[in-house]
Design a binder for this molecule. Structure first.
Ligand code: PAF
Length: 296
């Protein structure tokens, strides 16, 4: 529990000054970037940042550049007051900028990671990772040297950000935090606010698909296409539309081709639509347990 009360800052200069001040006092800065609509998954990231650092910052900014023209930017849930209540006692500073503060008029710079961002979500959301990299690079520029914590539910995002930090020599230690799930296996997401009860039940097809993949792998199936087919069959039972079910290299996030064998570990990643809501989830075979226990 942090002693000081939560301070909300709105401008880049205030954020930079707060972080510089903490470092000048000898504190490590922990940073959790978010788009708000906070749930237990975000709070786990904050807890991890707090465990690792003396001074914790969370940003809340629904970043327009990472949404495509037909995506849910306008209806993305926004409630700064409720989010700040959830963070009270756990973070020192919340950075909640207006759009014009992050993208002032005349702003021209965009940041693009190539191969790691090209597959999976990159194929279906062509502007997404460029928007994420741009805003995260801006945030890292303001926060400065820090430990930044991201959730592994956005596995490809985490891999892309690791690549960004490495390629641009940014003074940021990136930590990936395990996925937080509901008791029934559904991975927590701010977008669950969009689901009806019937859709919420069908959304379990992602956890079922991943569990089927883990079961096949643990039973000795190493053929990537066979594992993918097992997962896809479960996803298709619940989803209205499947963007992808992929088995991919867990470091490069490049899909394994038909005929490839899984060596050691591999990412199984799913993106599908339930009603109007796009959901993602993943496991790393050889590391993560099945979200639902094993499906035979
Ligand atoms: O994961 C998210 O919430 C967003 O993509 C991030 C990293 C805060 C950038 O807007």
């Amino acid at each position: 529990m942090r002693a000081s009360s939560l301070r909300v800052v709105r401008t880049p200069d205030e954020l930079r000054a707060a972080c510089d001040g903490a470092r000048a006092r000898g504190e490590r800065v922990g940073f959790v970037p978010t788009m708000g609509a906070l749930h237990e998954g975000h709070l786990a990231l904050v807890h991890e940042a707090s465990r690792r650092s003396g001074f914790v910052v969370a940003s809340i900014f629904v970043n327009p550049t990472q949404f495509g023209p037909t995506e849910d930017f306008a209806r993305y849930p926004r409630d700064l007051g409720a989010d700040c209540k959830k963070l009270e006692g756990s973070v020192d500073v919340v950075f909640a900028p207006e759009q014009g503060a992050m993208y002032p008029g005349g702003d021209e710079t965009r940041v693009r990671v190539t191969e790691t961002a090209a597959h999976l979500c990159g194929r279906f959301r062509p502007v997404h990772f460029e928007g994420v990299c741009t805003v995260v690079a801006k945030l890292f520029g303001l926060v400065g040297s820090c430990t930044a914590v991201f959730g592994r539910k956005d596995y490809q995002q985490l891999a892309v950000i690791r690549r960004l930090v490495r390629d641009l020599f940014l003074p940021v230690e990136v930590i990936g935090h395990p996925i937080v799930r509901e008791p029934d296996g559904l991975a927590l997401s701010s977008r669950h606010a969009y689901l009806s009860a019937e859709e919420r039940a069908r959304a379990l097809c992602l956890a079922r698909g991943l569990s089927a993949a883990v079961a096949a792998f643990e039973a000795g199936e190493l053929d990537a296409a066979a594992v993918r087919a097992r997962a896809r069959a479960e996803v298709e039972r619940g989803a209205d539309r499947v963007d992808y079910v992929e088995v991919a290299d867990a470091d490069r996030v490049v899909p394994l081709e038909d005929g490839a064998k899984i060596e050691g570990r591999a990412l199984v990643a799913i993106a599908c639509h339930v009603g109007k809501t796009r959901l993602i989830d993943n496991v790393v075979l050889g590391e993560d347990p099945a979200p639902l226990g094993l499906i035979a």
